[in-house]
Design a protein. Sequence first.
Length: 251
Amino acid sequence: MIRTLIQLATGGMATQTQMFPDLPAYNRGLPMLTDSPCTSCGNCAQACPTDAINVGAGGIVALDRGRCIACGQCTAACESGTLKGDLGTRVAVLRREDLVLTNRPAQPAPPVPTQPAMFRRSLHVREVSTGDNASDLEVGAMGNPVFDCGRFGIHIVASPRHADALAVTGPLARAMQEPLRRCYEAMADPRIVVAVGASAISGVPFEDGYASANGVSPILPVDVFIPGSPPHPWYILHGLLLAMGHPAARG
Ligand code: SF4
Ligand code: SF4
C-alpha cells in the first residue's frame, strides 16, 4: 500500500495538462498559408491529390482544409514558402466556409458564430462510423489517459437516446445513409452533428464514388467541422469543446 502511494506520488502524469499544444515537430500537420508571396507556379495545385488548392490570378491561393488529407505534397512542392505545415491544433470550425484559407488581402469578415451554451458542462457523444476507421481510432484515442476527454465532461455513449452530439466519420457510404438518419432521429433535442475528418466533411478521397454521399452535409445539418485525415485527438477535442462553448477552444 505504502509503495503504491509512493509510486502514485512520484510517478508523474500521463495526461497532457496544456490545452491544445502544438503537434511535435516530426508531425506534418495540416497545410497553412504564410505571408510569403505566391509565384503562381501552380505546383501545389498540381501535386494535390484531392483538388484542395486553387491558384488564381495574382497569386491568390485558396486552400480548402475540408478536402485536405494532409499528405504534405503541396508544402513539399512550394518553393516560395507560401504553403507550410501548421502544427497548431485549434483547427475545428463551426462554418464550412471557415475551412477555406486564403492569402487574399483581408476583407471585413462576418462575425464568427458561437455555439449556444446548451452543453457547457458535459457532452455525450454517439459516434457513427461510415467508412473511416483511422478517424474512429483517433476518436477512441481521445478517451485514453493522455487526452482524457472525460475530464471535460465528454463521454462516448452507446445509444443515440443518451447522446447530445452525433459524431460522424467517413464519407457516408450508401448503406450507412439511412441508419445515420435513423440514429439522428432517435436523438432528443437539442442535438448537434459533428463531421470528424476530411471524408466526413467532403467525401475525399472517395468523392463522387457510386456509393458515397460526399460527406455528412448532404444528409444531415452539420454544426462542427473537424479537418484532418485522420484528425489528431486534439483536433477532435477542439471541435467538441468549441461545440460546448469552452473558452479555451475559442482562443
Ligand atoms: S496536404 Fe492537403 S492540400 Fe496539400 S497536397 Fe495534400 S491533400 Fe492537398
Ligand atoms: S502556393 Fe507555392 S506552389 Fe502553390 S502556386 Fe504559389 S508558389 Fe506555387
